[in-house]
Design a protein around this ligand. Sequence first.
Ligand code: KG4
Length: 344
Amino acid sequence: MGNNRDIIILGIESSCDDTSAAITRNNLMLSNEVSGQTVHIAYGGVVPELASRAHQQNIIPVVDLAIKNAGIYLDEISAVAFTRGPGLLGSLLVGTSFAKGFALAKNIPLIEVNHLQGHVLAHFLKEPSVEKKTPKFPFLCLLVSGGNSQIIVVRDHLDMEIIGQTIDDAAGEAFDKCAKVMGLPYPGGPLIDKLAKEGDAKAFKFAKPRIPGLDYSFSGLKTSFLYFIRDRMAENQNFIEENKADICASLQYTIIEVLMAKVKQAAKETGIRTIAVSGGVSANSGLRKALLDAAEKYNWEVHIPAFKFTTDNAAMIAITGYYKYLKGEFASQDAVPYSRVSLK
Ligand code: KG4
């Protein structure tokens, strides 16, 4: 195995509806176990109370599996890193409490991690026998998920600044809420992506928001989509069924146009040409293509994560914990979770 200067981190992620535990040795991922929660499907979205109950059930088996699959001994763990926020408070409390108890029991340091920082630093995770280039500082990171839409300037592993963010819904929410209007199951983002592949992106036009600066807004698009569907269904009850692929392709095209416009503006304003993307929506095939096209057109270096690192995972928390460990940034036992978006 490793030598005794290796830093082995147990990472814990429980900010939303995935319970995850991971082990890293320095910047190498040894295991990354995720237990999703199907209980929310019936409700068309995450129900916070149910999410925290499921985390309670999942946390010990997931941690146990992560340690076993990493092939390490419990006593080799140097520190435990946990997501302190932003996220759902009840969910965060489960991971936070577990991490505190673990750190106390094993007498090892506790490290608090900001979930957004974790998504960005997922780009620095190495996997055994996978060759991957890591982004050079400074770079811009477009963080797009079910709860977040931010443009972040990343100057160093732990030096980041949000320069643009949504003033209302996140990009993933726009996908999911519009999917719900169409009667598609939750989460609708991946389904829209799949259906869009067969459709014409120019078939329908949706209004794009006009928000100053680098901020985003998706609530207007969601409302205009709702009215569009309502009006067309009034004329033809089979409208969704007959045009599903075209509707999905046009909606996806609009969301990507909105996202990309601000990334281009951010690149222009900052002069930064290394662009990374993170978060659940970074799995979207249209967005990936748009970024690669822009890379060619504007001479950007684009970094797209492996699919397993797009959604919430503890490996990204563990790698952030590693960089904080190197700087001696440890948390105290009275650290409490926070729900609001920040980069603290
Ligand atoms: O990062 P994530 O797993 O967790 C949250 O922040 O909730 O992101 C989940 C979001 C959901 O809104 C989901 O619909 C969206 O990511 N998503 C996608 C795709 N895959 C996941 N959206 C569009 N296209 C996809 N392929």
